[in-house]
Write a protein that binds this ligand. Sequence first.
Ligand code: PLP
Length: 785
Amino acid sequence: MIASVQKAPRLTQDVANRIVSEIYAIEGSATPLPSERDQNFLISRKLDLPTSDAPHAQQFVLKIANSEEPLEFLELQNQMMQFLGARQTDLEFPRIVPARTGDNIARITDEDDRGHFVRLLTWIEGVCFAEVQPHGRKLLASLGRALAQMDAALVEFTHPAARRDFYWDLRSAAEAQELVGLLPDHRRPLVEPFFADWEKIEWSQLRFSVIHNDANDYNILVRGTEQSGHRVTAILDYGDVVHTATVCNLAVALAYVMLDKPNPISAAAQVVAAYHETYPLTESEIEVLYTLAVTRLCCSVCYAAKQTGDVPDNEYLNISNAPAWALLEKLSAVPVEWPTRMFRYACGLPTVREADSRSARTSKELISARGQHLGPSLSLSYRQPIHIISGAKQSLYAVDGRRYLDCVNNVAHVGHSHPHVVRAASEQMAILNTNTRYLHEKIIEYSQRLTTLLPEPLSVVYLVNSGSEANELALRLARAHTGEEDVIVVASAYHGNTSAMIDLSPYKFDGPGGHGCPSWVHTVPMPDVYRGEYRDADAGSRYAHHVADAAQVAAKGRGIASFFCESALSCGGQVILPRGYLKAAFAAVRAAGGVCVADEVQTGFGRAGERFWMFETQEAVPDIVTLGKPIGNGHPIGAVITTREIADSFDNGMEYFNTFGGNPVSCAVALAVLDVIRDEELQQNAQEVGQYLLDGLRQLQQEHPLIGDVRGLGLFLGIEFVRDRETLEPADAPAAEIVERMKERGVLLSTDGPFHNVIKIKPPLVFSERDADFLLSNLKDVLED
Ligand SMILES: Cc1ncc(COP(=O)(O)O)c(C=O)c1O
């Protein structure tokens, strides 16, 4: 039965002041607060008359219960607040101020002779979640954590009064469903399908506990600033507490989180992710979470339809009505499977449940078939290769069901199989995929968005299919613009797998099977301040001198077309360029008539943390930027961005045609990647988690002499292993062994660098502090083993 709103107390402020004075010996002034069934006043203390329990409190909430509210239910609320207040959580809970008589619950009689129970609670400072904007990554994560901590704590809390029939319990949504007839005709179809989904919930599959059940956006208190980051500090109002399916607590919160959001499911998914990380949801809970969240909205509009009819002036009931309808309308257009996919993804579970976990062949058979049918120069990672069948976020799942934490795949930039990217690809694939000889909105939209992320004068875009192809085109652009052939590259650099790029990659031409340095290529030393020639504060300009020297080949009758440089050296061993290097090197190259290419194939799109592009951390602007790997989150796409001047030089009459480059599907994918980076604030995440991980690794370095150097920016990190910190003798075999041992523990890493002694860390940008902790603790164990 819907509680009678008519029986909500209607006391005046004067009466409230009198109650506080007579019952609690506090002289205060009362201001009404909104409430549905009860009546609440904010009490600001006038005179400093200390109370025994809260001697310093200046503000309180006077809660006058509905006359139908049983005493034992108020006792439940008090006990629950006291129980939670005694637990370790990030939250504050109101304290109960006893009456002069010592009772935690007092009783008054109103002018209609109705009895009401009365409580006084301490006031908690903060701003309502509803009034904080924007609801950024940190706030949403903090809400998820707060709810999870609360639910985890309440597993041990019981009270007989919580086992009640309550119309706001989502198990009782049938009571709201019966009111659908009160809704306007055009609104009914918005809620009916959601109620139909609710009917299919198998409640016996869910965990049960006492829950708060009303984390709406006016009950959640927030502190902090946009700069420092908002965080949830309290979840108030225990009037809806009930023993029910635990997941309903999160579902209720999600209903309100989704209100007024441009992308409600993404916002909800961020709360779900943090909740799951703190207090894991079961698969059955994830499966019903969205239905329950929307059911809450449906209940709200149905009860409001009834109660606004009954009590037209109940302001509280109207508060969330218009946004709730707007949201229901928006959600009605969302494909049915989409939210659960997003929530599964948020929890790091494969979004498609029926992933092929029953491979037809064993790993051994696959290895042998590879040997027969694939080129033998392809390699496999690990002594015992792993057979991965699905991925979600930073998790990869092997055929045996084992989960691996991916710390090295910088291609799955926004997370393995991110549903937003998958959806963009499949939707566009179903509509059209052609080439750039037709007009299409998406290639223009993408090019415009990409160039707004780049500094002037980088304004002209070519879309290609890989990092190698991007660098190939960059080489052609540079040669067309300068009319010269020669290129300067950095030792150990890798720029791609095509003939010309192998020629430009010392990593390959100086390695096994390599043909040595071609005559048109000039190699300069790696600007490595750990093991290189220069290690001082001037290292940047000193290494840049080598570039200037190489550029002087012009004097010997060979002009310089270009200087190719990775904005941080990946194959070279995760080397961060010393300050001032690129700026000075670019100046020298330009002075010699060459153009500067920043190879951002590994490093772009926010990985650097503090800046969107790694080259920006060098305060240098290239003439050509090449992009690959993360740009399509695994979909094959690459890009070259250059200046109008260089593009015009390339436009010499020969058509540039690329069958797949810039096709609508690739552009849809690349746009989706940019959306996710922005919406999930992944650049900021890279910065914060990267710094956290770097600090943790530096701590490990102090304890383990095998770790010679730890370096990195954002989520682009390297750990260099040495046998001797003086001689820097590379510890390649130990590094390889550590990678193997980490894999056994479910952590994927790899080694690189000229001596194969650097462990690379460049995970998907969704990597969390918890992942960093997992990586650090396992690395510590392996090092100490
Ligand atoms: C810095 C850099 N440039 C270019 C490439 C080539 O990219 P792709 O393999 O997509 O052709 C790579 C690949 O590892 C790379 O690391």
